[in-house]
Design a protein around this ligand. Structure first.
Ligand code: ADP
Length: 524
């Protein structure tokens, strides 16, 4: 038989020498095998028993195992089945060495326990070398593929890591660019509340560079009067992670202080733990100053009105008496020129009196001094009475009045104040009603009484509807209709003080409907 030749794939430098385990209890057979396979690129490990072979397998992997079938104590089949049971060596090819190829029994058995091939003794040197070379070559190819797969995986991992770092750097850059782009001062702090970063706006505003402001040094820029309040709020936010919101004054480069709103939110990690803080300072100095000034102006106005109306009351009472006296002393027929003038004076004094009362009500309500005098009263009679009293104005305006009122609606309310509300609403319906019909209706059940006053006049635009109940707000020009914009505000305060509501529905140029809803209070 011509000698068998095998070409081995050259070993790449990174692959270690393939190890071959030779197992035979007969010393001379073992040495012969070793001599046949003695090559510089093989590492041969010799085992003289099955136990010895298994010990080697515990610490080392082999490209191929040559295993003698007949061995005392533990034969080759036993050794093979143990090798095949272990995960680490399950796929290591085993070539069995049998004494005689005439007896096929052991050969079948060898295959059944996982042998890949067999050799008969005495061995044919070329056949041994060729077969071993095939399995070593297969092993090396497998190793190479494994190594390449690992290299690919590592490269893939490195690529992914690189992309992740790139992405992180990009998002950090964008985060910082965004912080630089906004007009507020932006800062970040660690979980302990020590500031680590300020955007450029900080240095522009305070004149203090970042390196001098980190940690807690920036506190120097907070107005001394605001420091304790701020620190208390900041400490409490740091403790439980709630959003910080404090108004404080920050010193600008020139030394002046400006009001800022300081807001900070906690940044949380995977397990919801606080990993840092993201904060801003928003300059609202102008807004706050304007707001404070407006509040002060309103307070001064209310003070002035309170004093002025009080001072006006005494001369007005005298004027009232004089007007009454004047009218009584005149005869409409005899003094036909003077009488209407005296009447006009009388009406103007009445108007003035109502205005002064309204202004007094404003200061009473604003200072919480509006007191209700609740008594048993009939709302039906009250409404009828007010309508009767308004007859002159109705006639003058040319508006026809229709009433839809039950005979009795008894409840417990402040009679005078309710009269004031109805008089006001009816007065407005006449004033803004363009001389068209006005309808007043009253309904009641055991829970509520509802009074509706409907006119067909100028109406109120949707934008103005929400405002007409505000103090000093008017939806019409002073040139067309007189008034100071207090009637509806006072009406609302009175109705709400009685736990009621007042609402308006209106269509411009078609008219308005005001509805007052009052709870029917239990008799007290
Ligand atoms: P005043 O009538 O003295 O201006 P009010 O507080 O009574 O003050 O009313 C506030 C504003 O609501 C009025 O200036 C007017 O623009 C509007 N308004 C009130 N009632 C009516 C109504 N019935 N129809 C149209 N506009 C009304």
């Amino acid at each position: 038989m011509p000698p068998l030749t095998m070409t081995m794939t050259p070993l790449p430098p990174s692959l270690s020498k393939p190890s071959i385990l030779l197992v035979d209890d007969r010393e001379e057979d073992l040495l012969t095998l070793a001599e046949v396979l003695d090559r510089s690129d093989y590492e041969l490990i010799l085992a003289r028993s099955g136990q010895q072979a298994l010990r080697h397998l515990l610490s080392q992997d082999f490209a191929v195992i040559l295993l003698d079938v007949h061995m005392p104590m533990m034969d080759g089949f036993e050794v093979a089945s143990i090798i095949k049971q272990r995960d680490r060596s399950r796929y290591t090819p085993i070539i069995f060495l049998t004494a005689d190829d005439a007896d096929v029994g052991p050969i079948y058995r060898a295959y059944s326990v996982g042998a890949v091939d067999y050799l008969t003794k005495p061995i044919d040197r070329d056949v041994v070398r060729a077969k071993v070379a095939i399995f070593v070559d297969l092993h090396m190819k497998g190793e190479r593929i494994k190594q390449q797969a690992e290299a690919l995986l590592a490269a893939d991992r490195r690529e992914r890591e690189r992309k992740l770092v790139e992405l992180q750097q990009l998002s950090e850059r964008r985060y910082k660019n965004l912080a630089e782009a906004i007009p507020q001062i932006v800062w970040t702090a660690n979980a302990r509340g020590e500031v680590e970063y300020f955007n450029g706006r900080w240095a522009t505003y305070t004149g203090v560079p970042l390196r001098d402001a980190v940690g807690r040094a920036w506190l120097e820029m907070v107005h001394p009067e605001d420091r304790t309040r701020f620190l208390e709020a900041w400490t409490s936010a740091l403790e439980d992670g709630h959003t910080l919101e404090v108004e404080l004054r920050l010193r600008e480069e020139g030394g002046a202080y400006r009001w800022h709103l300081c807001r900070a939110v906690a940044e949380r990690g995977k397990d919801d733990e606080i990993i840092g803080w993201l904060g801003t300072y928003t300059d609202f100095h102008d807004l706050k100053t304007a707001h404070d000034e407006a509040r002060e102006a309103i307070r001064s106005r209310d003070d002035f009105l309170a004093v002025a109306t009080h001072e006006l009351r005494t001369p007005l009472a005298t004027l009232n008496l004089q007007a009454d006296g004047l009218l009584k002393g005149l005869d409409p027929k005899r003094d036909e020129r003077t009488y209407p003038r005296a009447e006009a004076v009388r009406r103007q004094v009445d108007r003035l009196e109502r205005l002064i009362e309204s202004l007094l009500d404003v200061s009473r309500i604003a200072s919480g001094r509006l007191q209700l005098a609740v008594e048993r009263c009939d709302l039906s009679a009250l409404v009828r009475d007010v309508c009767e009293r308004s007859r002159f104005e109705l006639e003058r305006a040319g508006s026809e009045l229709t009433l839809d009122i039950p005979s009795l609606v008894i409840g417990w309310w402040d009679r005078m104040r309710l009269e004031q509300v109805v008089l006001n609403l009816l007065g407005n319906a006449i004033k803004y009603g363009l001389g068209k019909p006005i309808a007043v209706s009253l309904t009641a059940d055991h829970e509520r009484a509802r009074l509706t006053i409907r006119d067909h006049g100028i109406g109120i635009s949707a934008a103005d509807r929400s405002k007409v109940f505000m103090r000093f707000v008017r939806a019409t020009s002073i040139d067309n209709y007189g008034g100071v914009g207090l009637g509806l505000w006072i009406a609302r305060q009175i109705v709400e003080a009685m736990d009621g509501t007042i609402e308006v529905e209106s269509v411009p140029d078609e008219g308005s409907t005001f509805t007052v809803s009052l709870p029917m209070p239990a008799q007290s």
